[in-house]
Design a protein around this ligand. Structure first.
Ligand code: NPG
Length: 374
């Protein structure tokens, strides 16, 4: 495979409604897309970094900078080109390993090259990653609202639409009351979980243990990213399973968290862990230890969403992911919309991602584009 170059393209997409979490409110997404051009095909990657370093230390301008200055020159070097010619996308992580962190940028470039490679081979992401299902259950993530009645109206709408699992964002001051209200209104049978995005400390352990009575599937990332031992201590003080998100940035950190009993479940986000190939390693590791995993979401466009659906079709993804339909966040997606039917989303079967940006729609949301020849 000969890489001719990579295009960096920034798009700005308004959200259908504001999305509030414990770290901030999003009203639009400023997204970096990568297009890898090879002799045979074009492939797309989506960088999940946000505009601000509020979810993780990465942010979109930093990811553009590191791609331009370090990651792409390494791939374009004679050594990089030779390794990619030999092994394709499988060579990318090893080539970029000397550069610390920057996992969202690394994931995006590996994804674009993998998509180009698979399109050239006529093989789908699902087939390549090891998907065993042709559709995946669709869960939805519900933001923080000003009032409980507002929240209940929103949850009602998602249940009516067919979503099979509800995730409520929580923070200090917005936890027991909204969870109790959702349980009371919609009953004990609704699969329900909560996500704190690091908003608590271990001093809140007794308060968080009060969530146990609501029979939640899990509580996601209650404590800070680096507080793995705190999560292990919290796990001993509450019955609700602990799921880690921000803390798990690689298969290595997943192995440590599992060994320390810091989590019973792992949220796998390919962007956060450096790519779909590392995401698959975490899936394999968790399966070997008997832990359930599920696929997280970062408000992706159809590009990232299609790849996430393929990943979520691996056998160890036994819990519904944050993989909702395009219209959960975007009125108009840049690809053909990802749709939900009967609470599920179909795994794309076409070559590569199985979806492609629609040129006119893509152009309409593009704020800048830069071609970097190799
Ligand atoms: O369905 O794509 C989705 C959003 C799921 O809540 C969601 N993501 O912390 O998991 C999270 C949260 C998030 C969104 C984090 C955007 C960072 C950016």
């Amino acid at each position: 495979m000969k890489l001719r170059g990579i295009e960096l393209r920034r798009v700005s997409m308004p959200l259908v409604s504001p999305f509030r979490t414990s770290f901030g409110t999003q009203t639009k997404r400023d997204i970096l897309l990568l297009k890898a051009v090879t002799d045979d095909a074009e492939g797309w990657g989506e960088c999940v970094a946000l505009a601000d370093p509020l979810y993780s230390s990465e942010y979109v301008d930093s990811q553009v900078d590191v791609l331009r200055r370090f990651l792409l020159p390494k791939l374009a070097s004679p050594e990089g080109q030779a390794a990619i010619a030999r092994s394709g996308a499988a060579a990318v992580a090893g080539l970029l390993h000397p550069f610390k962190g920057q996992r969202m940028a690394k994931a995006a470039v590996e994804m674009a090259i993998l998509d180009a490679e698979l399109r050239g081979l006529g093989r789908s992401f699902g087939r390549e990653l090891g998907a065993v299902a042709d559709r995946v259950p669709s869960g939805v993530s519900v933001g923080i609202y000003d009032s409980v009645p507002q929240l209940l109206t929103v949850v009602q709408g998602f249940l009516d639409a067919g979503y099979v699992r509800i995730k409520l964002k929580i923070e200090p001051g917005w936890d027991l009351v909204p969870v109790a209200a959702v349980r009371e209104r919609f009953g004990a049978d609704v699969p329900l979980q909560v996500d704190a995005n690091t908003a608590y400390t271990l001093r809140d352990a007794r308060h968080l243990a009060k969530l146990d009575e609501f029979d939640l599937l899990l509580i996601e990332q209650p404590l800070e990213e680096e507080d793995v031992l705190g999560h292990a201590a919290l796990a001993r003080q509450m019955a609700t399973p602990i799921c880690l998100d921000e803390s798990i940035v690689s298969a290595q950190t997943a192995a440590a968290a599992i060994a320390l009993d810091a989590c019973q479940i792992v949220n796998i986000k390919p962007g956060r862990v450096g790519g779909y190939l590392e995401a698959r390693r975490i899936h394999d590791l968790a399966a070997a230890h008997g832990l359930a995993v599920w696929c997280g979401g970062m408000l992706e466009t159809g590009i990232g969403r299609a790849a996430n659906v393929a990943l979520a079709a691996l056998p160890g993804f036994t819990l519904p992911g944050d993989i909702s339909a395009s219209d959960r966040f975007y009125q108009t997606d840049i690809t053909e919309p990802i749709v939900m039917a009967d609470g599920h989303i179909a795994v794309p079967a076409g070559p590569g991602l199985g979806v492609t940006p629609i040129p006119e729609v893509l152009d309409a949301v593009t704020t800048s584009a830069e071609w970097i020849p190799f």
